[in-house]
Design a protein around this ligand. Structure first.
Ligand SMILES: NC(=O)c1ccc[n+]([C@@H]2O[C@H](COP(=O)([O-])OP(=O)(O)OC[C@H]3O[C@@H](n4cnc5c(N)ncnc54)[C@H](OP(=O)(O)O)[C@@H]3O)[C@@H](O)[C@H]2O)c1
Length: 395
């Protein structure tokens, strides 16, 4: 990579993607100093953020609450310490930032994505919720403000790579692969009794808790369909999902002439993270490689909607459009937490999402939506509504 050093802000630096992003930056900087980290953010993990501040010397950080901010102030007097949701957006607008990595989990990631894009910045996006709940707002900002969005999600990063081979008008369909998660072969009647530890044990990927549970229910795969729809401006009928238990092929693009291009790599998120950071160039930083000898044969199978009812509900919400995906995302954030604390069964997540979507359909038609325009405010109000509905659901 040529050119001047790039100044990076990492939102959610204490999470799974955030920590791996910092590892990639250290690897790249060992070659030539390419990146300087000027902003970091954490939710609750003040200790890890403090360690990262010592390692990377950012000029500003953001933390979820005042208590965390007070603790940071005691140790660091020379850096700017921002707080709460507004702090995340301020960090995304930090002067002189060239690249914002959004590795936040959940709906809280949307406003900072919009803040960065409104200044025409480049956002490396892991926070798929930005597109799931605010796809129209993000797309409008990309058109109006001239920013750039580079997906970190391995499937979309794979599609981005495969789409370099042809024009979007030449695409017949994109195919998103799904590992099937920990319960692909578990008898369906046992799913009501699976424990959180079992659902948290993903066969191929080590990730944050919410996306791991979303991979077990396939809510995550439904979200990825919505993400692909907005990222690549493709209608839903051109986006398919296929089960590929090995997680070697990260997604495929089928062109109109019958050629199918796939991206294969080791199941290591640092590979797509690095591609987003160095895009469109590629650099060898010693990350794990896929051994083709042990990979073959590649196996694919159709997704069974009877096993993954939440996937179908997310697709229904996607087709409803408007604020339906925001309602489903908010409800899912609550239902996943309730499952992890033992309050509801695993199957309660899918059942709860269906109830929330039905209630959303019954209520639909806010004044904003009737005019075909969704605002951040409408999304926030539906988000609050769905959270309180999901929290009150009884089993
Ligand atoms: N992990 C993966 O391999 C993977 C793969 C593909 C896509 N993704 C997507 O990437 C995003 C991040 O996933 P992850 O697995 O890295 O999640 P994670 O490990 O749970 O990390 C989430 C990060 O967000 C911070 N955070 C959470 N709530 C916050 C709030 N209210 N205010 C401020 N900060 C907050 C957390 O801070 P604390 O930890 O300090 O509380 C942490 O830094 C998600 O959208 C996920 O779907 C992840």
């Amino acid at each position: 990579m040529r050119g001047a050093e790039r100044r990076v802000v990492i939102l959610g630096s204490t999470g799974s993607i955030g920590v791996q992003t910092l590892d990639v930056i250290e690897r790249l900087n060992r070659k030539t100093h390419l990146f300087s980290v000027i902003g970091l953010s954490a939710g609750k993990n003040v200790d890890l953020l403090a360690e990262q501040i010592r390692r990377f010397s950012p000029i500003a950080v953001s933390i979820e609450d005042e208590e965390g901010a007070e603790e940071l102030h005691r140790h660091f007097q020379t850096i700017e310490i921002l707080v709460g949701e507004e702090g995340l957006s301020e960090l995304a607008r930090l002067k002189r930032a060239d690249l914002i990595v959004n590795a936040l989990v959940g709906a809280v990631g949307l406003a900072p994505t919009l803040a960065a894009l409104s200044l025409g910045r480049t956002v490396a996006l892991a926070n798929k919720e930005s597109l799931v709940i605010g796809g129209e707002l993000v797309t409008a900002s990309l058109h109006e403000d001239g920013g750039t969005l580079l997906p970190i999600d391995s499937e979309h990063n794979a599609l981005l790579q495969c789409l370099r081979a042809g024009k979007i008008s030449e695409v017949k369909q994109v195919v998103i692969t799904a590992s099937g998660g920990p319960f692909l072969r578990r008898p369906i009647e046992e799913l009501a009794h699976v424990r959180p530890e079992e659902a948290l044990s993903h066969p191929n990927w080590a990730m944050g808790s919410r996306i791991t549970i979303d991979s077990a229910t396939m809510v995550n795969k439904g979200f990825e369909v919505i993400e692909a729809h907005h990222l690549f401006s493709l209608p839903y009928k051109q986006i398919d999902v296929i089960i590929h238990p090995g997680s070697h092929v990260h997604s495929l693009v089928e062109y109109k002439d019958g050629s199918i291009l796939a991206e294969l790599a080791a199941s290591d998120m640092r590979i797509p993270i690095q591609y987003a950071l160095t895009h469109p160039e590629r650099i060898d930083t010693g990350l794990p490689r896929l051994n083709l000898d042990i990979t073959a044969p590649l196996k694919f199978e159709p997704l069974d909607p009877g096993r993954f009812p939440a996937f179908t509900t997310v697709l229904h919400a996607a087709k409803e459009g408007g604020t339906a995906p925001a309602a489903i995302n908010a409800a899912d954030e609550i239902l996943v937490k309730r499952f992890l604390t033992g309050e509801i069964p695993f199957t309660g997540i899918a059942a709860g999402l269906e109830v929330i979507l039905n209630r959303w359909v019954a209520l639909k038609g806010s004044p904003d939506e009737e005019h075909g325009k969704i605002s951040l405010q409408t999304i926030r109000s539906i988000d609050r509504w769905a959270r309180s509905e999901a929290a009150a659901l009884q089993w």
